[in-house]
Design a protein around this ligand. Structure first.
Ligand code: FES
Length: 71
């Protein structure tokens, strides 16, 4: 990730309900999380008012991109 992207990830929301920034989701994936459940366990996302409806799609897209990057 480029320095500008890291700065933006610190500002962008990852899980709006829990107030968790995108950067924390990316850090969980970088540390080895492979599923939404694993990212949720590490970061605490998914238990907000929406029950993960908003952040699940974002995390699944990030996981898909991570898998493609590693192929
Ligand atoms: S946006 Fe993550 S639980 Fe609602």
């Amino acid at each position: 990730m480029q320095p500008d992207e890291k700065i933006m990830a610190r500002l962008k929301p990852g899980c709006i309900c829990q107030g968790i920034k995108l950067y924390r989701l990316l850090a969980a994936i970088d540390s080895g999380a492979k599923t939404f459940a694993e990212v949720a366990r590490i970061t605490g996302i998914g238990d907000g008012d929406c029950g993960g409806k908003r952040c699940r799609a974002k995390v699944e897209d990030l996981l898909r991109r991570d898998r493609l990057k590693k192929e």
